[in-house]
Design a protein around this ligand. Structure first.
Ligand SMILES: Cc1cc2nc3c(=O)[nH]c(=O)nc-3n(C[C@H](O)[C@H](O)[C@H](O)COP(=O)(O)OP(=O)(O)OC[C@H]3O[C@@H](n4cnc5c(N)ncnc54)[C@H](O)[C@@H]3O)c2cc1C
Length: 470
């Protein structure tokens, strides 16, 4: 049953909306959470982080099987049969389990009502809720949080409406492994999916308008990864402009201009478009409020407050950075502040991210480009994983760790690791950045052997040694 009046209306049940609604309800506030999809979890659960990493896990295990000879394990054949429908079924069962679990946990809270349906603002204190299985109901709220996420952008390329052209959500539901796959956009999603499908046997061509893959990542790490992708058989075409996509027989034809050269083309079976995401604000009735937005998202101040003092917004719908953990961090900080428990809001200087490439690329804090644009006087400590015990044991002795630290106080401002397992290094990296840890502190912390975390202390010790001898 929907009440007439709530303390809080939260719109969107993803990694942003769900935790803010739960935290407010746990404090005894009357909360209504409205989600227009089939269940709680958002893009992250249904068409983002989780399904893509389920595919990645199968791809990783496939690579390991193919490399098993290196570990003295000789399989009767190198030919591993990929059962795509079993991979899809495994994905569906994990999504189902997680979605049911989220709903069960949230429904335990008596002051939190969840409605599957849509919400639209009538003004700054009233909204129309339309449940999927019922007629519309108008409610009054004291404060509201918009956490409606984002959706893929369809760039204005001739032929993008062709049925062979998929977005990131659609490719995760595909019922076969495409023989040839063209991916347009070499951001994190394009890079991850190109390596996954390449491992599964697709002939992958990755098109990028910029001069290299992964523009927000430091050049040395991105170039290393780009080379690795080329070595693995992915054709990476940079500095290119896609002119059109047209249908030919059973496949499609991608026509593009590259480096100013005359038009070139490639035939493919499936095209994946991953050129960016746009905020989900359509149908929210923002025009009935003073909430302002740009094409990048809803405008908020540093307290996530919109132009309406009682309406807040967070997560993908307010623009970059677009990560599940970032949306959740904003949600938890906002809930505390709304409950009069002043708490700092997350700042990008402390953010972390993992690109689930092969090898993984973990990032915490600032990149070199960001440090330079802020005029920070910094130096870089490096560690190459070819010398690392754990990486050698795992046959992953490639890639490097970079630590950015201030020259004056040796405070760590950035940690970037390119190595299989880098994702799991980012927990310590996040804490080091958030706590303003110094090189000396990192060097003296006892890191267990043999683990990849030893690289942190080794890089810090080497930099201190170099500084003292230089
Ligand atoms: C392929 C892919 C891989 C990704 N991998 C990662 C990763 O590995 N790690 C990571 O951190 N991030 C990853 N992301 C990004 C991550 O999914 C998002 O940053 C995160 O889901 C944003 O959370 P959110 O709560 O802001 O929005 P969402 O998760 O998009 O949730 C918003 C919810 O609001 C609902 N909604 C929208 N409009 C309305 C309305 N009018 N009324 C009611 N409900 C509405 C939507 O149905 C949705 O459920 C990935 C994204 C993609 C596409």
């Amino acid at each position: 049953m929907i009440l007439d009046k709530y303390d809080y209306l939260v719109i969107g049940g993803g990694p942003g909306g769900t935790p803010v609604a739960s935290a407010l309800a746990q404090a005894g506030k009357q909360v209504l959470l409205v989600e227009k999809g089939a269940g709680l979890g958002g893009t992250c659960l249904f068409e983002g982080c989780i399904p893509s990493k389920i595919f990645r896990e199968s791809a990783r295990r496939l690579r390991e099987l193919r490399e098993s000879d290196d570990f003295g394990l000789c399989l009767p054949s190198r030919d591993v049969h990929i059962d795509w429908s079993a991979i899809q079924e495994r994905k569906q069962s994990i999504l189902h389990l997680r979605s049911i679990g989220a709903m069960q946990r949230i429904r335990q809270n008596p002051s939190l009502d969840v409605v599957l349906g849509s919400a639209m603002f009538l003004n700054s204190t009233h909204a129309r809720i339309t449940p999927v299985s019922d007629g519309p109901v108008d409610i009054e709220f004291r404060e509201a949080v918009i956490a409606t996420g984002s959706q893929p952008v369809r760039p204005p390329i001739r032929g993008v409406d062709n049925p062979h052209v998929l977005d990131s959500g659609q490719i995760l539901d595909i019922n076969h492994i495409p023989k040839r796959l063209a991916i347009i956009g070499a951001g994190p999603i394009g890079v991850e999916l190109s390596q996954i499908f390449n491992t599964f046997g697709s002939e992958v061509t990755l098109y990028e308008a910029g001069p290299r893959i992964l523009s927000p990542v430091d050049q040395d790490l991105a170039e290393y990864l780009q080379q690795k992708m080329s070595d693995d058989g992915i054709e990476v075409i940079t500095n290119c402009h896609i002119k059109c996509i047209s249908r030919t027989g059973s496949g499609v034809f991608v026509e593009y201009l590259s480096n100013g050269n005359p038009s070139a083309h490639r035939y493919t079976d499936t095209v994946l478009l991953v050129t960016g995401r746009q905020p989900n604000t359509e149908g929210l009735g923002l025009e009935n409020t003073a909430v302002k937005q740009t094409p990048h998202g809803i405008q908020v101040n540093s307290h996530l407050q919109t132009n309406e003092s009682n309406i807040f917004a967070l997560g993908d719908v307010i623009g970059q950075p677009m990560f599940a953990h970032w949306a959740t961090a904003q949600a938890l900080a906002l809930a505390k502040n709304l409950l009069n428990q002043p708490s700092p809001f997350p700042v990008t200087e402390n953010n972390t991210a993992v690109i689930f490439s092969e090898p993984e690329l973990g990032m915490a804090g600032l990149t070199e480009t960001q440090a330079q644009s802020r005029d920070i006087d910094y130096a870089v400590a490096r560690y190459h994983f070819k010398q690392d015990a754990r990486a050698q044991i795992a046959n992953q002795a490639r890639g490097q760790l970079k630590i950015l630290y201030t020259r004056d106080k040796h405070r760590i401002i950035g940690l970037h690791a390119l190595v299989e397992g880098a994702g799991d290094l980012m927990g310590e990296a996040a804490l080091a950045i958030a706590q303003g840890t110094t090189l000396e502190e990192l060097a003296s912390a006892i890191h267990p052997h043999p683990t990849l975390t030893e690289s942190f202390a080794a890089a810090a010790r080497a930099a201190l040694q170099e500084n003292s001898s230089g």
